[in-house]
Design a protein around this ligand. Sequence first.
Ligand SMILES: NC(=O)c1ccc[n+]([C@@H]2O[C@H](COP(=O)([O-])OP(=O)(O)OC[C@H]3O[C@@H](n4cnc5c(N)ncnc54)[C@H](O)[C@@H]3O)[C@@H](O)[C@H]2O)c1
Length: 480
Amino acid sequence: MTSTRRDFLKKATLSGAGIVGAGMMSCSRASGSDPFPQKQGQTFNMSGYAAPGLDVVRIGIVGLGNRGTGTVRRLASIEGVEIRALCDLEPDRVQRSADLIEHLGHKPDFYSGDEDAWKRMCEKPDLDLIAIATPWHLHTPQCVYAMENDKHAYVELPAATTMEECWELVETSERTRKHCVQMSGSCAGGLSATILNMVRQGFFGDVIHGEGCYIHTLTGFYLFDKDMYHNMWRLNENIGRSGNLYPQHGMVPIMQMMDIGYGDKLDYCCSISSDDFDLGPTAERLAAEDDYWKQYVGRDYRGNMNVTVFKTVKGRTIVMQHDVSTSRPRGRSMLSGTRAFYETGPARLSTTEQHTGWGSYRWLADEEFREVQEKYTPETNRRFAEFTRLAEQIDRGGHSYYRTSPVDWRLIDCLRNGLPVDMDVYEAATSSAVTPLSIYSAKNRAFVENIPDFTKGAWETNQRGLDLNFERGGGTTKLV
Ligand SMILES: NC(=O)c1ccc[n+]([C@@H]2O[C@H](COP(=O)([O-])OP(=O)(O)OC[C@H]3O[C@@H](n4cnc5c(N)ncnc54)[C@H](O)[C@@H]3O)[C@@H](O)[C@H]2O)c1
């Protein structure tokens, strides 16, 4: 090789390295500035941990608004539950909730009147579980305080809103050996439990891709309603941060179908948010007629739509969407594997045998789909349906309308039987971490984020959560 050619190649290589280097510089964070660094060294593994069984689960509930009132009724519908304490800022809400369950024999103590009344409730010694249905900013402080006071925490979505809070939940749960369980957004019951059972029994082959969302228009009738919820907390949550603010309903079922936390792990993600086209204009329109809304004009509202894309360590992909302000129909969820495809809204299923070529698929006919569902209905669904039927035969003054959810029922059943809970603190932290990750990534032009591993490596050997077929026991707690 001539020296001229060698010089040329050397220069080309260097400039190529320069180009690559410049490119990498522009899309990688400066050394040491990882916004969400991974922590090391698990204190104790809460995955698969079984707390000592409880004959009676004594519960205190905080936050008795729209959702919490239902929480009181749902939990009071389970055998072996005693509602021993109720808490809300508003004394009349405490009284209202107590009245709703009096006929079932519950005589709760009342906690009310000041911002910290819930702390006194958590300190009450004769409670096992604190159920939390307050505004989002209170969730982590209340879970942490409950666990530190020797109570399990059962919390509405999202368990946490920042990465610091996610870690705080994990560390507190591991240190205290108290469970921290999210209250919904799971495959614990209904058709999603059947689909999860099918996934686990290989119906889908290898799971490749999942999509989920929370697309639910709240602008017109809800977010801007002064009387509909406490102190405008929902609207305020949509100011100053733009991302997926409520990922759990879509995310947790797909995490469960992909064994995230027990066999696979979320690796990295990136996120994009649209601008806001609704919240700001709505505030302006309302402010023209009512001075109250002037404080909401010109605020930094979240964008209408957020889309976040994930890759798992085992090579799967996930797309999550969040939109509460666009006037449009609700979104869909879907799951695709090497052998089958499922989507919601309306629910329908197709298998590779239904592939008719050139990308065309035949959906299973209603009758065929029903047969598949019947075959794969998990034992938990069957038992829950059986207990619901039994409870309906007991006339307790119209109580049946407020029957409990499968998530509530299984939590109480696991606690009473001394079994690991179906959803652990790592699931709560991982799904909640989507919020800070998406906010940061969307703010930084879809910057690719590493996703912290809250199990600190234990995901590789952890046993599956959500015991759909009572393989570990349980299923003995009835409904009342
Ligand atoms: N899983 C679901 O499908 C679902 C559905 C609806 C709501 N939620 C969740 O439920 C929670 C509550 O939502 P909501 O619609 O009932 O709101 P809400 O405003 O109607 O109720 C909140 C209640 O918390 C009380 N509260 C506020 N600060 C308090 C404090 N310091 N101490 C004690 N009580 C306090 C308020 O007085 C109010 O009664 C939220 O986290 C929401 O995301 C979940």
